[in-house]
Design a protein around this ligand. Structure first.
Ligand code: NAD
Ligand SMILES: O=C(O)C(=O)C[C@@H](O)[C@H](O)[C@H](O)COP(=O)(O)O
Ligand code: ZN
Length: 369
């Protein structure tokens, strides 16, 4: 088992990565589960495979697990589903000192985390991430949110979990396309801040995608370490360090909005395309070479991820995509900082980017190839 601590004054917590953690969940959570009743929020796909081991472990320890099973997909990060979750938690008489278990991918984690942040002004929660994306990224760091008609993650809170249990066994039931979406956030850590890890991804990405346990464990552990380091340094994205984790997301969130937050483009796929666009835009500004931009593109497309927005068939203009970006949470007094590359393994926040130039660039990319 690897154990990484997210060091935050008074609110530090562990991220444990191993097999068999869900079947041992009661023991892993220990005194964090202080009552007989344990609320668990999950989705129907996850429940099919992973409700039983969680229920068995909790029941064996004398608990009474209560499951709320939601519809799978990004659509559940909504006001309507949040209302349903809040009403259910209140009916279950969850108290401030209790912990809600979030069993699922980033959608369940973001939604449950936000519900925990606002229930009775804040109760505890534990992340049980079951997708590669959730294990390497969304379960760690305390960003919680829902989407609104204006855009992605626009209503939310910073609210840290008390514990994260990343059970590698869950990756065995994950559809290949979802594994790819998670891999985008893995390679992100290499591109934004760790050239050696990017090189490792180039050599081992195929193994991660093929289900090789050792490669997956390494990818998850290294990603968690990288994220824990950044979050400990800049929990609330105020100094610029945490903003680097947003590499590819300004473009990616605009693409997700344009495709209606649907299965047409998964979050990780949007991030993959966004990282290609960030690399190409960095090359356009002569921060990196065209060869380096091509290398980033190749590393992403060789994992089976989309790398050309022209292939999405969006039928929209660069201006339309750029318009979504005005809602980006990094927006500061009319300026939108972009996460660009100085090198592979060295991202930085560029506050000098003209949105009109990005719009022209996107127009070209929509036509290219
Ligand atoms: N809070 C953060 O820091 C952060 C970071 C990255 C992404 N996110 C958010 O995470 C969300 C994406 O998360 P995701 O990619 O995990 O998507 P997801 O939660 O929708 O899960 C992907 C799909 O896989 C299914 N699934 C989950 N685990 C499974 C398993 N073990 N076996 C079989 N099927 C399984 C789900 O039902 C769903 O259909 C986005 O909303 C994104 O904005 C948040
Ligand atoms: O943890 C972070 O910080 C990130 O930016 C991680 C991202 O992968 C994640 O998608 C996050 O939810 C995006 O944050 P947002 O502030 O742009 O909504
Ligand atoms: Zn992301």
């Amino acid at each position: 088992m690897s154990v990484t601590r997210v060091e935050l004054a008074g609110r530090s917590y562990e991220v444990r990565v191993d097999g068999g953690l869900l079947a041992d969940v009661a023991n892993q959570c220990g005194p964090l589960l202080r009552k007989k009743r344990v609320p668990v929020i999950t989705d129907a796909n996850v429940a099919k495979h992973w409700q039983e081991p969680v229920a068995k472990s909790l029941e064996a320890a004398g608990h009474e697990p209560r499951f709320l099973v939601l519809d799978p997909g990004e659509g559940s990060k909504s006001w309507a589903v949040l209302e349903r979750v809040m009403d259910w938690l209140l009916a279950e008489e969850v108290e401030r000192g209790d912990h809600i278990l979030a069993l699922g991918g980033g959608v369940i984690g973001d939604l449950t985390g936000f519900a925990a942040a606002i229930l009775k002004r804040g109760c505890g929660f534990i992340q049980l991430p079951t997708t590669l994306l959730a294990q390497v990224d969304s379960s760690v760091g305390g960003k919680t949110a829902i989407n609104t008609s204006a855009g992605k993650n626009l209503v939310g809170a910073f609210h840290q979990p008390s514990l994260v249990l990343a059970d590698l066994d869950t990756l065995s039931t994950l559809p290949q396309r979802e594994l790819g979406a998670g891999y985008a956030e893995v390679i992100k850590y290499g591109i934004l801040g760790d050239r050696a890890f990017f090189d490792w991804c180039e050599d081992n990405g195929a193994k991660v995608m093929a289900g090789d346990r050792e490669a997956q464990e390494y990818a998850v552990t290294e990603s968690v370490k990288a994220k824990a380091r950044i979050v400990a340094e800049d929990e609330r994205e105020t100094t610029g360090t945490r903003a680097l984790l947003n590499l590819g997301h300004t473009f990616g969130h605009a693409l997700e909005a344009q495709t209606g937050f649907s299965d047409r483009l998964l979050h990780g796929e949007g991030v993959a395309l966004g990282m290609v666009l960030s690399a190409r835009y960095s090359a356009r500004k002569a921060y990196i070479s065209q060869d380096d931009a091509a290398r980033v593109t190749a590393a992403i497309s060789s994992a089976g991820l989309p790398s050309e927005i022209a292939a999405l068939g969006l039928n929209c203009s660069g201006d339309a995509l750029a318009a979504h970006m005005l809602h980006d949470k990094k927006m500061d007094a009319g300026t939108l900082p972009f996460i660009l590359l100085r090198d592979i393994g060295e991202a930085f926040v560029d506050k000098q980017v003209e949105l009109s130039d990005v719009s022209t660039f996107l127009g070209e990319q929509l036509q290219a190839h």
